[in-house]
Design a protein around this ligand. Structure first.
Ligand SMILES: O=C(O)[C@H]1O[C@H](OP(=O)(O)OP(=O)(O)OC[C@H]2O[C@@H](n3ccc(=O)[nH]c3=O)[C@H](O)[C@@H]2O)[C@H](O)[C@@H](O)[C@@H]1O
Length: 461
């Protein structure tokens, strides 16, 4: 056997790398069969090893930072949808299971806030259907894990884009949603300088597309959507109140969110859509976004990498009104519960409709350097701090919410301080990435075992 194998191996080694230059050699049918027989296990073994290595490195790689060029960024294509089985899943997911529950379409359901809001609604007995385009702005694996979590709770997440009108119309044909919780967006303040069109696509075009479908739906749903604290821009009057000026945004991200607020006004005015905008203030917590500072600071501190802390002119402090996810979720649910019905139908307004805007903040800004100190304490690792002047890339020096309106109208009352919230985040972070790592080692080890078996089999030939 081994003797027979030798000429075959040397023959394979002599194959030229350019296939077109391969001289075909006449060989006996017996030799050809033998060649096929022995090259197959070898090929299988190498493909196996190759796949195992790819899997190993993909799974081990830490959460990615935003991609830098637009072409690599996302696919706006909706994957296949439709058909009786799909429609049954959509209907069942959106079915209300409690007395006077809501039937809610949650856009951006595999996102940070989307996942938490969806699971909370489902837990109350509301009907929930998720929609998400799973773009690659950050680690898609994390989005898939969030999706798996809410799907286990009974929320079907349709993979599709808010810029796909046919899909949105289909969803409204299948389900008479009472509410839309619109959280799909291009987030991140600084990334707007790298990929401006993604902000226009998601936060303006996508929002208009959604409102177009909502205004034509019969009945029209009430809409609650995510605006941002960034609309206050260069506002220097603190704390930020909903009555303050929002006409000097510091980033394109902020400008698109501000545009969203104006667009909401238009659709409310012309079509009678009930619309509530929520200005989120730097929301953080378990299952958060890897592009946000608290998240990548944690990753870098643990890896021993330096972190950059921005400071304002004259060593001025940069601070944020960090708001914990559970508090924000309560605010979102209260906004849905207090939303009045839209007044139009089939694209025609029948009377004036509700139009609201609320700050959802924590009312206690914390300097970014303090955030880092809390992380150091929780992680028991000293950060390698690099303090640099804040670049002119869209950031503002501080945010601070006045929440009295949300308190009065929504009963909103944030109750989680930054230390407690970060403790929950760090606990989640360590367990999430640890279990990912062990899952990856499990796969690697089982591949290794299979390889050993295979090579032992080969030795025995
Ligand atoms: O409140 C909001 O509306 C916004 O909150 C966050 O934006 P931001 O507050 O800038 O959150 P981070 O990007 O996590 O930055 C937090 C703080 O860390 C600072 N930072 C960021 C990055 C860095 O390397 N170093 C650093 O000191 C920033 O200047 C900022 O003061 C979100 O990323 C936005 O999507 C959201 O709309």
């Amino acid at each position: 056997m081994t003797q027979l194998l030798k000429p075959m191996v040397s023959h394979i080694d002599n194959i030229p790398s350019t296939p077109g230059k391969l001289k075909t050699e006449k060989s006996s049918p017996y030799i050809s069969r033998l060649r096929l027989h022995y090259s197959l296990p070898k090929l299988t073994m190498w493909s196996f090893l190759f796949l195992a290595l790819i899997l190993f490195f993909v799974l081990l790689s830490p959460p990615s930072s935003p991609p830098t060029n637009q072409s690599s960024r996302r696919s706006l294509q909706t994957t296949s949808w439709g058909g009786p089985v799909w429609e049954r899943r959509v209907r069942s997911s959106a079915r209300v299971r409690s007395g006077n529950g809501l039937s809610v379409l949650v856009t951006g359901a595999a996102g940070f806030v989307g996942m938490h809001v969806s699971s909370m609604l489902k837990r109350r007995g509301d009907g929930v259907l998720g929609l998400d385009n799973f773009n690659n702005y950050y680690d898609i694996g994390l989005k898939r894990s969030r999706k798996a979590l809410i799907e286990r709770a009974g929320v079907f997440v349709v993979e599709g884009d808010i810029n796909d009108p046919a899909l949105l119309r289909k969803l409204f044909d299948v389900v008479a949603f009472t509410h839309v919780m619109h959280l799909a967006a291009q987030a991140g303040v600084r990334y707007a300088m790298q990929n401006p069109s993604s902000y226009v696509n998601s936060n303006i075009a996508g929002f208009v597309n959604l409102l177009e479908v909502c205004k034509s739906a019969n009945p029209q749903p009430a809409i609650v959507w995510a605006s941002s604290s960034s609309v206050y821009g260069l506002n220097s009057k603190v704390p930020f109140s909903e009555k303050d000026r929002t006409d000097h945004p510091a980033s394109l991200y902020a400008a698109t969110k501000k545009a969203g607020e104006e667009i909401a006004h238009t659709y409310n005015h012309i079509y009678g859509l009930s619309i509530t905008g929520l200005r989120f203030f730097t929301v953080y917590g378990p299952w958060g976004r890897p592009d946000m500072a608290y998240f990548f600071f944690t990753k870098d501190i643990l890896k021993g990498n330096p972190i950059t802390i921005f400071e304002a002119a004259n060593h001025g402090t940069v601070a944020r009104d960090f708001t914990y996810i559970d508090d924000v979720v309560k605010g979102c649910l209260a906004a849905l519960d207090t939303a009045k019905k839209s007044t139009g139908s089939g694209g025609k307004k029948k009377g004036s409709a509700q139009l609201r805007i609320f700050n959802l903040g924590n009312t206690s800004p914390v300097p970014v350097s303090k955030l880092v100190s809390i992380l150091e304490k929780l992680l028991k690792v000293k950060a390698r701090r690099r303090v640099l002047p804040m670049p002119r890339n869209g950031d503002v020096q501080f945010t601070h919410a006045n929440i009295s309106l949300a308190q009065k109208e929504l009963g909103y009352k944030p109750s989680t301080d930054l230390e407690t919230g970060l403790k929950n985040f760090v606990k989640w972070y360590l367990s999430y990435y640890d279990s990912k790592k062990s899952a990856c080692y499990r796969v690697y080890n089982s591949q290794q075992r299979s390889l050993e078996i295979l090579s032992n089999d080969l030795k025995g030939i």
